[in-house]
Write a protein that binds this ligand. Structure first.
Ligand SMILES: Nc1ncnc2c1ncn2[C@@H]1O[C@H](COP(=O)(O)OP(=O)(O)OP(=O)(O)O)[C@@H](O)[C@H]1O
Ligand SMILES: CC(=O)N[C@H]1[C@@H]2OC[C@@H](O2)[C@@H](O)[C@@H]1O[C@H](C)C(=O)O
Length: 400
């Protein structure tokens, strides 16, 4: 037997595994690195988050990715070059984290690498009937494995698409395993660049669990700040949005898109929600002259309203529920106020109350998916129903 296959077999029999989960999202703020101790698998999984860091990307990384990110007219050579380059860079970042945490690479059982999404094209976006749902993450896993010497599991989204999903949101798989609770209905709301939520019924009925993207989290606000408030990259503590007033005409125009009337589950990205989207809404609502502050106040409210709208549209299925927030959006106080004030009946918490740092949740999710890949595969998510197929995700890369 190949020694790495033997290692995998031993790993799968261990009571607990040390897994580094990585997430690099649409905000391009940095690489989230979560060192997790995962005990067991499937619905018996228990996660202890031992360490968490976001390694900030420098301007070069941001510029190189922005040149190709969610754009249809890219230099294909650059995409090809960035694929191994990002893999190696992420590997180096992990080695730096391990040094800081005073850990040796040999102690780590697995790396779970999401890679960098550069284009996400569900059918609802590309509209080409003969073509499937599609998504592309770069930062190849072989390069992460060779750089770190650690077996790496990567490219989780392709299996989901192959089995009938849109390649996202995958949050449902991890959320169900570690946050489902038989005492309360829970909604796990993540607000990164894009906002999504997972519904976890107290019945623990896998058929009733679902997950969906709902629209923008921070992506439009970030893009607007980066364009008009350089060198700021986001609206820290909503200082800019708080100085402005919501413009109802622009808000209405932002909401007037078919994406919001489509049923759930659905996925989206900055391929749809970008500055062109905003510009079209400004033209349609004759609001091109608005102050930057008013635009920001309106964008903030837009994210909140579409999150609340999606929650309310699902309200029949949700019943009474507790909302647990995660992702960078929980640090935007105006966004949180705009959500809370519209659903006063709902108790709003942070995932930190469930033992997981809200900034780390998505990286932890990928560690759980890697754990399932080597040791699980038994949890059922509703028998391949649309959007949540019961499949094992990820590709395995050996370090040599
Ligand atoms: N103090 C703060 N005030 C306002 N916004 C904040 C603050 N801290 C973080 N954010 C927002 O959170 C964003 C980062 O969120 P996060 O890291 O969850 O995104 P991501 O993982 O890249 O996104 P996605 O998961 O959708 O791809 C920042 O770009 C910013 O908009
Ligand atoms: C294609 C892609 O990278 N999508 C991300 C993005 O960020 C949030 C939202 O859009 C979600 O659908 C997804 O990530 C999380 C981790 C998910 O799959 O659950």
């Amino acid at each position: 037997m190949h020694r790495h296959i033997e290692t995998l077999q031993q790993l799968s029999n261990k009571p607990e595994r040390l897994i580094i989960g990585l997430m690099s999202g649409t905000s391009l703020d940095g690489l989230d690195v979560a060192l997790c101790k995962i005990h067991g698998d499937g619905l018996q999984s228990k996660v202890e988050l031992l360490e968490f860091t976001t390694v900030a990307y420098d301007d070069t990384y941001r510029r190189l990715i922005r040149d190709i990110f969610s754009r249809r007219d890219v230099d294909l050579q650059q995409v090809c070059l960035l694929n191994p380059w990002i893999g190696t860079l992420h590997g180096e970042m992990i080695l730096d984290c391990l040094k800081t945490w005073q850990r040796q690479p040999q102690e780590i059982d697995l790396i779970a690498s999401h890679g960098q999404t550069i284009f996400h094209a569900p059918k609802s976006l590309h509209g080409v009937t003969a073509m499937p749902n599609a998504t592309l993450q770069i930062g190849d896993g072989d390069h992460v494995a060779v750089k770190t010497g650690i077996i790496t599991i990567s490219d989780f989204r392709q299996k989901h698409i192959a089995a009938g999903g849109e390649g996202a949101p995958l949050a449902v798989y991890g959320d169900f395993l570690i946050f489902a609770d038989n005492q309360e209905n829970r909604v796990m709301l993540n607000m990164g660049g894009i906002a999504n939520f997972t519904f976890l019924p107290a019945s623990l009925d896998a058929q009733a669990v679902f997950s969906t993207d709902v629209g923008t989290g921070n992506t439009l606000m970030d893009a607007y700040v980066q364009k008009h408030f350089t060198p700021k990259t986001y609206d820290a503590d909503a200082a800019i949005a708080r100085a402005g007033k919501i413009n109802p005409a622009l808000l209405g125009a932002l909401k007037a898109h078919d994406f919001f009337t489509q049923g759930f589950p659905k996925t989206t990205g900055p391929e749809l929600f970008n500055l062109d989207y905003l510009a079209r809404a400004q033209v349609a609502s004759h609001t091109q002259q608005l102050s930057h502050e008013d635009v920001m106040a309106t964008l903030n409210r837009f994210s909140a309203d579409m999150i609340v709208d999606a929650l309310n549209r699902c309200a029949g299925a949700l019943g009474e529920y507790h909302l647990y927030g995660s992702g960078g959006g929980v640090h935007n106080p105006l966004l949180m106020d705009n959500i809370r004030s519209q659903i006063p009946q709902v108790k709003v918490h942070s995932t930190s109350e469930l033992g997981i740092n809200p900034d780390a949740k998505e990286a932890v999710l990928f560690a759980l998916l890697a754990n399932e890949c080597v040791a699980g595969g038994k949890a059922q998510f509703g028998n391949a129903r649309e959007g949540i197929p019961s499949v094992t995700m990820g590709k395995i890369s050996f370090p040599d």
